[in-house]
Design a protein around this ligand. Structure first.
Ligand code: UD1
Length: 426
């Protein structure tokens, strides 16, 4: 199993290019199932999850022509309407094939994702939404089997979903994305209420609109979709990764330094940038660059995760790492996932002082962490441990970094270019 060895103590200086967003690329790849034409995607990140999604789509009959930083998908010959357990268990975003398959073919068989390290993460809202649109859904042998009865206004020999008004009890990103894709080909108007406002939902909407979908309100909590009979090919550029952006900024705020993100977007990072300023960093935004300068020990900052535009759960662990060496104490409250403090035990191995009570963690900043061997448990927890390694005294070994490769493109190369001492042990 691959590991990272980090020698702590270096400041970070220089420029780093931000990759395309994983959480936009994965749903947008699934949009390729909605048309028989070609969908070209640029600014694609080179990530393990992206490769897994491509394999899954290929198993279904989609062709994928890969170039550096781009992929062209073609769904003309989709013949297997199934996402097997082996794939869904390694990448929960595979659930995003459900809406497109049911919408275009009137049928799908997708494995239930089950739990993961950060919580139970059900998909009941995806299922209820499709049922409201006329799909009949049975759970059999751990699989969601969805079928739209024939004669449901269909012109294709299989049933067609019907527009519906759908209210989300909880704000769900992939739930909103799945139903938005399904509604794009449904008969009539679908209104999604209490929808997720995440920028990745907006990016997906832009791609669908380029494919001929009629969508209004993406980015607000009410999205209205007027279904069309057919979608066509398009080309789309994946938005920059706001979580990768935030992760590099927090790393520099914790380690000290002067870094500039290239190809980033400050407008979708407002909450994170404010928190970094509160920690004492100087932030300067110019066009698509974000510069951060930090010349002091960070001040502890409280964080409470909530759906966008509030503070993202995917940045919680990284801020926790910064708080461990900050001046003062901070409270970090996680409201999205019930078990997203797996990194706390590992940070404690480096000497961090953290108490957890339910969904709140109290962190007492200490002057110095000490390097040790620690284990990554999930994607963002891994990023948190890398940041801790960058500030710890001596060597930190981060084990099980396959989590990191799922969501961060060439992270050790990018950090090395900024002056970090980090290498991969194979
Ligand atoms: C997405 C992101 C993930 C991020 C999360 C929260 C992708 C591929 N993943 O995950 O990185 O951490 O948003 O912003 O974009 N819930 C239900 N029933 C459902 C769906 C969700 O109860 O049917 C609950 C979940 O358990 C959780 C909350 O709603 O408590 C938010 O989950 P959701 O937004 O759906 O997370 P993901 O879309 O899986």
């Amino acid at each position: 199993m691959q590991k990272l060895a980090i020698q702590g103590g270096n400041r970070l200086n220089g420029e780093v290019r931000i990759s395309g967003a994983k959480n936009a690329a994965l749903p947008i790849m699934c949009a390729g199932l909605l048309t028989a034409d070609e969908l070209r995607l640029d600014n694609m990140p080179d990530l393990h999850d992206v490769a897994t999604m491509r394999k899954l789509l290929e198993q279904m009959g989609v062709t994928a022509a890969v170039e550096p930083g781009a992929v062209t998908l073609c769904g003309a010959k989709v013949d297997k309407l199934e996402a097997p357990y082996e794939m869904v268990k390694t990448m929960r975003a595979a659930i995003l094939v459900l809406g497109p398959l049911v919408a275009r073919f009137g049928e799908a068989r997708v494995s239930l994702p089950g739990g993961c390290a950060i919580g139970s993460r059900p998909v009941d809202l995806h299922i209820k939404g499709l049922q409201a649109m006329g799909a009949q859904i049975h759970i059999e042998h751990g699989y969601i089997h969805a079928q739209v009865p024939r004669g449901n206004g269909s012109s294709k020999g299989c049933g067609r979903l019907k527009g519906a008004r759908i209210f989300f009890d909880l704000v769900s990103v992939t739930g909103t994305e799945n139903l938005m894709m399904a509604a794009a080909l449904a008969d009539g108007v679908t209104v999604l209420e209490n929808a997720a406002r995440e920028p990745e939902v907006v990016d997906l909407a832009h791609c669908l609109i380029a494919m001929g979908a009629k969508i209004e309100g993406a980015g607000s909590d009410t999205i209205s979709i007027t279904g069309v009979e057919k979608l066509h090919g398009a080309s789309h550029r994946i938005m920059p990764d706001r979580i990768e952006s935030g992760t590099f900024l927090v790393a520099a705020a914790a380690a000290g330094g002067d870094i500039t993100l290239i190809d980033a977007r400050a407008d979708i990072l407002e909450n994170v940038l404010e928190k970094l300023q509160e920690a004492g960093a100087a932030i300067h935004v110019a066009g698509s660059t974000i510069n951060l300068k930090m010349n002091q020990r960070p001040k502890a900052v409280n964080v409470r995760t909530s759906p966008y535009p509030a503070f993202p759960t995917d940045m919680q662990a990284q801020f926790m790492a910064m708080n461990t060496i900050a001046e003062g104490s901070a409270i970090v409250i996680e409201t999205i996932f019930e078990n997203r403090f797996m990194h706390v035990q590992e940070l404690r191995r480096l000497g961090a002082q953290i108490d957890v009570e339910g969904n709140a963690a109290v962190i007492k900043g200490c002057a110095q962490l000490e390097g040790a061997t620690i284990m990554a448990t999930d994607l963002r927890a891994s990023a948190c441990l890398v940041i801790a390694g960058l500030v710890a005294q001596g060597e930190t070994i981060v084990d099980r970094i396959y989590h990191l490769d799922r969501g961060y493109e060439h992270i050790e190369a990018k950090l090395s270019a900024l002056g970090a001492q980090i290498r991969r042990l194979k």
